[in-house]
Ligand binder design. Structure first.
Ligand code: ADP
Ligand code: MG
Length: 482
């Protein structure tokens, strides 16, 4: 008998694309300078009152729509009461699932192992992030920059069955948040954190019946995709061992934390010690009606997401493979779209972007937004390539010279260097070469066929390398062998 793993994720993602925080006027901007994006409200100074950021609500509702959730009629917030210095107010403004947060009962579909996988979404809600703490021996440093940053939390049903599937889901969500302009969703900036719920059950039983599910273990605050993968795999192994030794049924529902260093999950508390947060509706933010017309406006403004872009690229004649490479990173796809806007040929631009440029970016893990060869610089190179002023070899040389020197492509392009592609002109030169090569022609016909390259070389010498090589070979072949 084997086991089925059931995984439910609570994915927290900071909404990075608003100017200010969710209830205060402090800047919502990632910075390395601690405590520089802080207003009195974030510090819970007496007399300060929260004011809701409409743009944060708009983006949260957009996420709710993309996740096919039902949207609420009224927006409201609740206090989740606890005391810890990461939130000086003594509570977090959040949304419990009753009556309805930003969204409930949705689903998201994504490709996984060449199949379409569907994950049900229980709810998505908007809350405020807490400050970040750094502990050193007996002191702790607190950075309030993150305190009050809008945070979207989505809760899935336990429809995920493995660590790899969980990562595929998270990558898909990250792509949605980026394409929709909701968040940069950058784990390196601490913008994504997950609580991971894991249980196992006998594979002979029906997994659609919740009464067959095993006891879930919740792993709190895992802050990287790699961490999510390792924590799930560790937990599956740990729970399987408990099953095998007959101890799984005694296991209490519990909260654990992921310890990166030891690569293990560590017990924190059991469900019976669960904290009572004493939720109640925040009285300083009146619950307000969300109009149908606003919802309609938001729905219409949902930008083109990765899947739609991919379809658009395929309709331009690109292969599925190339289209996938282009949309994998939104910034790369934006760059490519800019190339199309400038009128570059889709297939040529694809080759340059997916091979040359992505190749360069991968070397030092850099972002295409910082790439010196912008779409308009690329256009200069490719226009000269299509006009025959550059051969494809020369175009690549120019590309690398520009990259290295940070000078304009025109510095390296000699417009007098046009390739000769006029057959009559090439033929004339070939005739001159052949007229003075009687001996070589005889040798060639007597079996020294490698002299063909000698004739090509002579033509190139005459034209200083500018004769179109394909045409040259074609004409020479015709002249010598007919
Ligand atoms: P709680 O009451 O502890 O908050 P919820 O029912 O709200 O639990 O679920 C929280 C998360 O745990 C959700 O993502 C859900 O899918 C997941 N979950 C619930 N039951 C299980 C289970 N048996 N195994 C794995 N995940 C589960
Ligand atoms: Mg929460």
């Amino acid at each position: 008998m084997g086991y089925i793993t059931k995984i439910g994720l609570e994915m927290h993602c900071e909404v990075s694309e608003t100017k200010t925080k969710v209830f205060s006027s402090a800047r919502n901007e990632f910075t390395d300078v601690p405590n520089s994006n802080v207003r009195p409200l974030d510090m819970a100074f007496p007399g300060t009152l929260p004011r809701i950021n409409k743009e944060a609500v708009r983006l949260a509702l957009m996420a709710s729509m993309i996740l096919k959730c039902k949207q609420p009629e009224y927006m409201y917030f609740e206090r989740k009461n606890y005391y810890y210095p990461d939130l000086p107010k003594g509570f977090q403004l959040t949304q419990e699932t009753k009556p309805i947060p930003v969204g409930i009962y949705g689903e998201v579909e994504f490709e996984y192992n060449n199949e379409i996988k569907k994950i049900r979404i229980n709810n998505v809600h908007l809350e405020e992030d807490a400050a970040s703490l750094d502990h050193f021996f007996t002191t702790s440093n607190i950075d309030y920059n993150r305190c009050g940053v809008p945070l979207l939390e989505l809760v899935t049903e336990p429809d995920i069955h493995s660590a790899d599937e969980a990562i595929a889901f998270l990558e898909h969500m990250r792509s949605i948040y980026r394409y929709a302009g909701i968040s940069e969703a950058d784990s390196k900036k601490g913008q994504i954190r997950c609580d991971v719920n894991v249980s196992i059950m006998d594979d002979t039983k029906d997994e659609n019946d919740p009464s067959n599910w095993g006891t879930k273990v919740e792993i709190k605050n895992v802050n990287s995709f790699g961490g999510v993968r390792d924590a799930i795999n560790y937990e599956i192994k740990r729970q399987t061992e408990l099953k095998e030794s007959g101890k799984y049924d005694e296991m209490l529902q519990q909260t654990r934390r992921w310890d990166e260093e030891s690569g293990t999950t560590i017990y924190m508390r059991s469900k019976v010690d669960a904290i009572d947060y004493k939720y109640f509706v925040e009285p300083n933010i009146p619950k307000y009606k969300i109009s149908d017309s606003w919802l309609e406006e938001i729905r219409k403004s949902i930008p083109e997401l990765a899947l739609e872009r991919k379809q658009r690229y395929v309709s331009l004649g690109l292969s599925e493979y190339d289209a996938n490479v282009l949309v994998k990173d939104k910034d790369v796809s934006d760059y490519f779209d800019e190339c199309l806007k400038l009128g570059l040929d889709a297939k040529t631009a694809t080759n340059w972007v997916t091979v040359q440029i992505v190749g360069e970016l991968n070397k030092d893990d850099s972002n295409i937004k910082d790439f010196f060869i912008t779409p308009s610089r690329l256009k200069v190179i490719l226009d000269n390539l299509s006009k025959g002023i550059l051969s494809s070899k020369q175009a690549k040389e120019v590309f690398f010279k520009v990259l290295e020197s940070h000078k304009e492509p025109t510095e390296f392009i000699d417009i007098n260097n046009a390739q000769i592609s006029d057959a009559a002109q090439i033929e004339e030169i070939i005739d001159q070469v052949l007229a003075r090569s009687e001996q070589q022609i005889n040798d060639y016909h007597n079996g020294r066929t490698n002299l063909f390259d000698y004739f090509v070389g002579q033509v190139m010498k005459e034209t200083r390398g500018k004769a179109n090589p394909t045409l040259t070979k074609e004409i020479l072949n015709r002249k010598l062998n007919n």
